[in-house]
Structure formats: C-alpha cells, structure tokens
Ligand binder design. Sequence first.
Ligand code: TPP
Ligand code: SF4
Ligand code: MG
Length: 354
Amino acid sequence: MATIEVQRQILPILESPNKGARFYNPELPQSEPFVPGHRTCAGCGPSIQYRMTSKAAGDNTILVGPTGCMYVANSSYLCTPYNVPWAHTQIGSSGSFTAGVSAAYEAMIRKGKWQGKFPNIICEAGDGSSSDIALASISGALYRNHDCLIICYDNEQYANTGIQASSRTPYGGMTTFSPPGPEVPEGKKLYPKDLARMMAAGHPHCYVGTASVGYPIDLMNKVRKGLNHKGAAFLMIYTPCQKGFVYETPRSIDLGRLVVECGLYPMWEWSPEKREYDYSFRPASMRPVSEYLKLQGRFGHLHAEHVANLQKFANRQWKMMGIQIPEALLLAEDAKNVTNMAAAAEAQAVAETV
Ligand SMILES: Cc1ncc(C[n+]2csc(CCOP(=O)(O)OP(=O)(O)O)c2C)c(N)n1
Ligand code: SF4
Ligand SMILES: [Mg+2]
C-alpha cells in the first residue's frame, strides 16, 4: 500500500516592528481555542499565556495538559475552556504522552486513516512537571524529535498543590517549602535550574526559546516558529502566579516585562539550523532587580545582601547575552548600595513607572 505524504501547517509570523514593545496588532488571529469561563485565579499568568499560545496555533490544534493548575483548575466538573481537543496526562508523562499523540497522527495520516493536515500538537507542562517530574519524558520526546511543541509554562513553583518550591523557583523566593527564618533568612537558597538552556544544549536539533507574557507578539511568534519547525520544539515561558508571587492582580503583564528588563529572564532563541543562540532581543530599558522584587510579597523578606546576590545573578545573564552592563547595575551588586525589601511606598513608586 502506498503511503500518503504528511501535510503540515505553516503559520505566518506576525509583524513586530519592535520586538520589545507592546502594541495592538490587527493581524492577530480571531480564533479562540481557549475561551473564557475557566476557574483559574484572576490575573493568572499561565492562563493568559494559554490564550496567547492557542490563539497563535489556531483551531487545528491538539493540547496536552499534564497535572498542574492548567489541568486541575481548568477541567473541573466536566467543564473546560478548551475549544479544541485537549487531554489530561499524568504529570510525569508530559513528553511520552505528547510523543505518542504525534507519532499516532503521523502513522494515521500515512496509512490514510486520518484525512487533513497534521495538527499542531502542544503540551502545556508546568515548571514542576517540565523541570523536575517529567524532565526525562520531555527529554525523550525532544531527543527522538517527535513533531510537537512542548511548553514549560513557568510560574516558578508547584502552584496547584499550594505553592511549593520547584527547581525553577528563584533564589530568595518564599514558598511553603522555602520559608524564610532565622537560619535561612533568604528563603530559597538555590538558584533556578537553567531548563531552557539544558534543552537547547542537549537537543540541538530542536527549536528552543524563552518568552514572557509581557511580550505577546514575540511569544506568539515563538509558538509559531516552534510549530513550523519540523520536529520537536521547546519553549519556556514566564507566567506569573499572583497567588504564589503575591502581587496586585492587574500587574501580571507588567511583571512579564519587568522580569526581562531586570535581567532575571533572558529572552533568546536557539536555531537548530544555524546551531547558535540568537540574543538580539532587547527590552525597552534595563533596570535593577529591586524594581521587580519590590512588587512581589514572595521577596518581601529579602535583606540587602540577598538583593545584591540577585543583581549579580542578573548581571551574569546580561553578560552571557553579550550586553554591556550599565554602571548603576554593577554598583547594585554591592549590598552597601541597595536596601532591604518590604517598602510599600517604594513598590508604589515602581508600579507607577511600568
Ligand atoms: C507523580 C505526581 N506527583 C505529585 C503530584 C501532585 N501534584 C499535582 S499538581 C502538582 C503541581 C504541579 O506543578 P507545576 O507542574 O509547576 O504546575 P502548576 O501547578 O504550577 O500549574 C503536584 C505536585 C501528582 N499529581 N503526581
Ligand atoms: S494558583 Fe497561580 S497558576 Fe494556579 S490558577 Fe492561581 S494564579 Fe494561576
Ligand atoms: Mg508551576
């Protein structure tokens, strides 16, 4: 029996004259695979990201949802916001389940058992799933190069079970597993696992990138590039969680920009064709990390020395991207030049500038 060639979808890249700016784009797709009516918290970063991602992918899409907030809060009582096929999978099987869906469609299309184009297959795994529990299964899917996009929606903690530390939780982040106290005043002592770089370094044939809800067009274009890439792709997307980060609900998008402007979430792409990183993304400004930290209760306990440690970490990220570091950010590496957190008036002042 002759095999049928698999027809793939090619999604256009959206116009973005300035990748760093927010603006309304009339070319945005009308389709809404993620509709209102879900049960996540107001301002939930992962949900905002889900809407952007699924909008970029369009209606011929299949979503895979490992256990986490985007499964539990979104699929209770036989009611879901998913307007396209969606399946829950066990938290550790993110990669293997998604690989199976992809391989099954390839086989069904080749054998003539499924007519139509190959669907966009997207797995939306939390950071707990992708950086800890399902790391092996996701690596397997990337290594074998199944045609799918695996997203780590990174809210930097295990949110659904009540805010526990994951290996993506930042240094100094307060969670129920990293409470600050007299012995460990900074809360979390470890720095976050560099998950996206691990994926790029270990699977160089894959399209890999980082994105943030603060830059919707850039995020949607990276989703489309990942889907257009024939083979496996991986994106790590910053998605703030107001319950765990403890911030004012309307500030989700602002935090999505501040985290990049403060150097704590480097934005880049890995090109599988050129086998090199693209560090050309530039935020509108570069700010000290304290401006990001001040807006969140999870960092309210930090002393000046901890803030300085985070500034050193951010400066290393700027350096890694080949960006010249302004004098003020170098000075902020010294605890003498920074202050303790938990100043409500200062937080208000920062909020007004975002
Ligand atoms: C094997 C396994 N271990 C632990 C759990 C409990 N559990 C359910 S949701 C969840 C949190 C997952 O965190 P993450 O993947 O970051 O998603 P988020 O809740 O932050 O959206 C955990 C630990 C589980 N369901 N299965
Ligand atoms: S706990 Fe956080 S991730 Fe979960 S639904 Fe609420 S805002 Fe979203
Ligand atoms: Mg999480």
